[in-house]
Design a protein around this ligand. Structure first.
Ligand code: ADP
Ligand code: ZN
Ligand code: ZN
Length: 807
C-alpha cells in the first residue's frame, strides 16, 4: 500500500523568514502537495499559506494539525515557487508574503468591512482633540484612528478592545460609515456600459417612476439580458431607472465581463516595413525557443500594439501561451476589446478592479490551459500561463509595475526572470524606455528594436514651449492659461476638434499660505501642505486623507491675509469654464473618478465626442488613442521637476513625451503647447523636441556621476516610528551597524526622509548604493537581521530594493 506523508512545511504570510511544520489530518494526506494552498492555525489566528514540502520527518515539538485545503489543485507549480523564492531573496521580503502576493485571494478569506468617519464624526474627532480628552476610551481611540484614515474592521478589532461593539454605537450616532469590501464591486455602482439588465417580475404594489415603468415594460417585452448603456438609446434615463428597479428586485443587473462589443472590430493591419523588421526579429527568437529580451523602442503612435498582437499570434501557433502586462491605467476596455476580437475566449483579462472570485475563476481557466493569452496588470506576472513562450511588457517604464508594499517587486524585472527560467521571449515596449532598460540594450543584454516613425507617415506633433515668466512680463497678469493656449483651445472648439489639458496636481489650489507670517497650512500627520478642494470646501492631505475646514484666519498669527498658491486640476477646470462658457468640459483625476469605471465612462464619452476638452492629471497622459485630439496643453510642465528624487527628470521627460504623444493620432496633425518656467531644463527641452536619445545621453551622464542606477544597485531603507526619538535612535543604530561601509559601497544618511512625517509616523532614511548587486543584498540582509534581533516590530523597517521613488 502506498503511504502518504504525515507532515508538511508551510510558508505563511507573516514577516518571519521561517517555515512552519503542521501535521496533516488523515483526510488530507493524499491531497496536499507542494504548492497547495492550505489554511493553518497560527497562534489564535487562521492563516492561508502555501505548502513547500510534504514529508515524514517528525518535528521535535508536537505540530498542530492543518485545518483545510483551500483549492484542489496546487495554486503554484514548481516554476512559480522558484520565482517566488527568487523574489524573496532579491527584494529581501519574507517568502510567505511573496507567495501570498502571487496567489489569487480566495473570497472566503478576504472578507471585511471598511470604516471611515462621516462629517459629523470628523468634527467630533476634532473636538476630542481640542479637549485633549481621554485617549484610553475605546470610542475616542477609534475616532482618532479613523480621523487619520479609513480602516478595516479586522484591523480595528486587533488594535482596540471591543471594537465591534464600539463601532456599532458610533455608527448609530452617525459618526462612522461602513463600506463592505465586497460591495465595492456592487453592480449598482458600475457604469452603464458594463451592466446588463434582465426582467425578473412585475411590481405587486410599488409605484414606479415613469422611466422605471418604461424600462420594465421594455425588458418584459424583450426577454434576455440587455446592455444598459445601449438601452439608454431607446429608453430615457435607462441607467438611473435600471438601478432603481434592481434595488426593488424587479430586474436583475449583472456585470458584463468585458464590453468588447462596444468597440469596433479592427482588422489586423499589414505591418509596415519598420514594424515588419522588428517583428521578424521577435519571430526568430520565438522559433529558436531561447530566452531573449527585446526592447521595442517606438515613438508614440508607431504601432507597437500591432507587433505585440502578431507576436502573440505566432506564439499561439507554436502551441505556446503568451502574457502581456500593461500599466494599471493602460488596461482600458478598448485594449481588452481589441484582444477579445482577436483571440476570442482564449483571452483572460486580469486587473485590480475584478472581484476575487472572478479572479480565481480566471486563474483556473489560465491554469487549465483554456486561456492561453493573458492580459494583466502588475500581479498578472504570476498568472499560471501554460507553456509560457512570450511575455510582453507594454510601457515598460511605467511606475505602476513597481509594487509599493511588501513584496516590493518590479513586475518587468520579475517577468524577465520568469522568462529566463523558462526559455521564453520577452518584449519590453516603450516610447520612453527607462534608463535601466535602455542601458541594458546598449550593453547588449537586451536587443534593441527601433520604430522611428509614426504609422502611415503621420507627422509627430509639433511642440511649442511657452515661457510663462515671459508671458507674465508681457501681460503683467498671473494667468493660468497663456494667450497662445487660449487661442489654440478656441480654434479647436471652432473646428469641432478636441483638446486635452494636463496638469499634474489635484485640487483647486495647491496650498494655503499666510501673507503676514508666511505660515503654510500643513497636515498634522505628514510633513506636506494641505490641498484646497473647493468642491468639498475642505483642506485635504493627499497622503493620509486628513481633512480640515478651510480656515478664515491664519492659525499661527491670526491674520486674515490668507492666500492660495499653486494650481490644481479643479481650478483649471473652473477657469476653463470661465474662458469658454459653452465648451463641454470633463475632468479626470482621483477626485472625480471614484473607481476605474468612472474613469472609463468619462474617457468613453470623450472618445465619443461628448466633451470638447478633457482636463486631467497624469492619468490622461498614458496610452489613449483618440484620433480627434489635435491639441494637448500642458499647463505646467514643471510640476515634479523640483522633487528631491533622482528620477525627477526622467519621470518629467516621460510624462511630457507621453502626453505630447496623445496629440494628432488621427489624420489631422496635432500640436502641443507646453507652459513652463524652466524652458531651459533638459528634461523639458528634450521632451519638447521629442528627442529621447539626447535626453538619455544627458541623464545617463548624471546617473554615472552621482552613482545612481543603472550605475549602482540601490536600496532605500526607511525606519518608521510613532515617536520621533525611537525612529531616530533606531536609524542611528543602523547607521553605526553599516559604517564603515567598505569598498564599493556608499551610504547616504541616516537622515530625515523628505517626507519626514507620514500618516503620523516619523521617518528616517538611508540610501544604500553599491557597485555590486551581491553586496547590496548582503547589506540589506544584515539590516533585516539586525531589526529582527532587536525585536523591532515588522512595520518599523521598510526596505525598498530598486526603488522607483525615494521620497
Ligand atoms: P503605439 O502603441 O506605438 O503608440 P499604437 O499601437 O497605439 O501605437 O498604434 C497607433 C495607431 O496606428 C493605431 O490606431 C493602430 O491601429 C494603427 N496602426 C498600427 N499599425 C498600423 C499599420 N501598419 N498601418 C496602419 N495603421 C496602423
Ligand atoms: Zn500668519
Ligand atoms: Zn497627511
Amino acid at each position: 500500500m502506498e503511504s502518504h506523508p504525515l507532515y508538511c512545511d508551510v510558508s505563511l504570510p507573516v514577516p518571519l523568514d521561517q517555515v512552519f511544520t503542521y501535521l496533516l489530518p488523515e483526510t488530507l494526506r493524499h491531497r496536499v502537495r507542494t504548492g497547495s494552498r492550505v489554511l493553518a492555525p497560527f497562534g489564535a489566528r487562521k492563516l492561508a499559506g502555501v505548502v513547500l514540502r510534504t514529508h515524514g520527518e517528525r518535528p521535535t515539538t508536537a505540530p498542530r494539525e492543518l485545518l483545510r485545503l483551500l483549492d484542489e489543485d496546487p495554486a503554484l507549480d514548481d516554476e512559480l515557487l522558484k520565482l517566488g523564492s527568487w523574489i524573496s531573496s532579491y527584494y529581501c521580503a519574507p517568502l510567505g508574503e511573496v507567495l501570498r502576493a502571487m496567489t489569487p485571494l480566495a473570497a472566503d478569506i478576504r472578507r471585511g468591512k471598511i470604516f471611515s468617519l462621516t462629517k459629523s464624526g470628523r468634527d467630533a474627532a476634532r473636538q476630542l482633540h481640542l479637549n485633549e480628552s481621554n485617549a484610553e476610551d475605546p470610542a475616542t481611540e477609534i475616532l482618532q484612528m479613523l480621523d487619520v484614515r479609513a480602516l478595516s474592521s479586522t484591523y480595528l478589532a486587533r488594535k482596540v478592545q471591543k471594537a465591534a461593539v464600539v463601532l456599532r454605537s458610533l455608527e448609530k450616532k452617525g459618526f462612522v460609515e461602513v463600506e463592505d469590501v465586497a460591495a465595492e464591486r456592487d453592480p449598482l455602482r458600475a457604469s452603464a456600459a458594463r451592466l446588463r439588465a434582465e426582467f425578473v417580475r412585475r411590481p405587486a404594489l410599488e409605484k414606479l417612476a415613469k422611466a422605471e415603468r418604461e424600462l420594465l415594460s421594455y425588458l418584459e417585452l424583450h426577454p434576455g439580458s440587455h446592455n444598459v448603456g445601449e438601452l439608454e438609446e431607446s429608453v430615457l434615463k435607462a441607467s438611473i431607472a435600471a438601478r432603481a428597479l434592481a434595488r426593488k428586485g424587479l430586474i436583475k443587473l449583472t456585470l458584463e465581463a468585458v464590453a468588447a462589443s462596444q468597440f469596433p472590430f479592427r482588422a489586423p493591419h499589414r505591418l509596415n516595413p519598420h514594424q515588419q523588421a522588428a517583428y521578424v526579429r521577435i519571430e526568430e527568437a520565438l522559433d529558436a525557443k531561447q530566452f531573449q529580451t527585446f526592447l521595442l523602442q517606438g515613438v508614440t503612435g508607431s504601432g507597437k500594439t500591432e507587433i505585440y498582437l502578431k507576436a502573440i499570434d505566432t506564439a499561439l501557433a507554436m502551441g505556446n501561451g503568451a502574457l502581456m502586462l500593461v500599466p494599471e491605467i493602460g488596461l482600458t476596455p478598448a485594449v481588452a476589446g481589441q484582444f477579445h476580437h482577436r483571440f476570442g475566449d482564449r483571452v483572460a483579462i486580469l486587473h485590480s478592479g475584478i472581484q476575487d472570485s472572478e479572479r480565481a475563476q480566471e486563474w483556473r481557466r489560465i491554469r487549465s490551459g483554456d486561456a492561453k493569452v493573458v492580459v494583466a496588470t502588475r500581479s498578472g506576472v504570476f498568472a499560471p500561463v501554460q507553456n509560457l513562450g512570450l511575455i510582453i511588457v507594454d510601457e515598460e517604464h511605467d511606475q505602476s509595475y513597481k509594487q509599493q508594499e511588501t513584496p516590493r517587486y518590479h513586475a518587468r524585472d520579475v517577468a524577465i526572470v520568469r522568462a529566463r527560467d523558462r526559455g521564453a521571449v520577452v518584449v519590453l515596449g516603450s516610447a520612453t524606455p527607462s534608463l535601466e532598460s535602455r542601458y541594458n540594450a546598449d550593453r547588449g543584454k537586451y536587443q534593441l528594436l527601433h520604430l522611428p516613425e509614426r504609422v502611415e507617415s503621420r507627422p509627430m506633433p509639433k511642440v511649442e514651449v511657452i515661457d510663462t515668466r515671459q508671458e507674465f512680463l508681457e501681460t503683467r497678469k498671473q494667468a493660468t492659461f497663456s494667450r497662445a493656449l487660449i487661442t489654440a483651445v478656441a480654434a479647436r472648439l471652432d473646428n469641432g476638434e478636441q483638446s486635452m489639458l494636463l496638469l499634474n496636481r489635484r485640487g483647486f489650489s495647491s496650498f494655503m499660505t499666510c501673507r503676514a507670517c508666511g505660515e503654510r497650512l500643513e497636515c498634522p500627520n505628514c510633513s506636506v501642505t494641505l490641498t484646497f478642494h473647493r468642491r468639498d470646501r475642505r483642506m485635504l492631505c493627499h497622503y493620509c486623507n486628513f481633512s480640515s475646514r478651510v480656515p478664515e484666519r491664519c492659525p499661527k498669527c491670526d491674520s486674515d491675509h490668507i492666500q492660495f498658491l499653486g494650481l490644481g486640476s479643479e481650478r483649471v477646470e473652473d477657469e476653463l469654464h470661465g474662458a469658454f462658457p459653452r465648451a463641454r468640459i470633463a475632468r479626470i483625476d482621483r477626485d472625480t473618478t471614484g473607481g476605474k469605471r468612472d474613469y472609463e465612462a468619462i474617457l468613453a464619452k470623450f472618445r465619443a465626442g461628448e466633451y470638447d476638452i478633457l482636463v486631467g492629471t497624469q492619468m490622461i497622459a498614458k496610452g489613449h488613442d483618440i484620433p480627434n485630439v489635435t491639441l494637448v496643453g500642458i499647463v505646467s510642465a514643471d510640476t515634479g521637476l523640483g522633487l528631491p528624487d533622482f528620477r525627477a527628470a526622467e519621470r518629467t521627460f516621460q510624462l511630457l513625451t507621453q502626453a505630447a504623444g496623445r496629440a494628432g493620432r488621427g489624420t489631422t496633425p496635432g500640436i502641443v503647447l507646453m507652459q513652463t518656467i524652466n524652458p531651459d531644463h533638459y528634461a523639458i527641452r528634450f521632451a519638447a523636441e521629442q528627442d529621447y536619445e539626447k535626453f538619455y545621453a544627458k541623464e545617463l551622464e548624471f546617473r554615472r556621476l552621482m552613482h545612481y542606477p543603472p550605475f549602482a544597485a540601490l536600496a532605500n531603507v526607511i525606519v518608521r516610528g510613532a515617536r520621533e526619538e525611537e525612529a531616530l535612535a533606531r536609524s542611528a543604530a543602523l547607521g553605526r551597524l553599516l559604517n564603515p561601509a567598505g569598498e564599493g559601497v556608499k551610504i547616504l544618511g541616516p537622515a530625515a526622509a523628505s517626507l519626514a512625517r507620514l500618516k503620523n509616523e516619523y521617518r528616517y532614511q538611508m540610501l544604500i548604493k553599491t557597485s555590486s548587486r551581491k553586496r547590496l543584498n548582503e547589506i540589506v540582509s544584515q539590516v533585516r537581521g539586525f531589526a529582527a534581533a532587536e525585536k523591532w516590530n515588522p512595520t518599523a523597517l521598510m526596505i525598498d530594493v530598486d526603488p522607483m521613488t525615494i521620497l
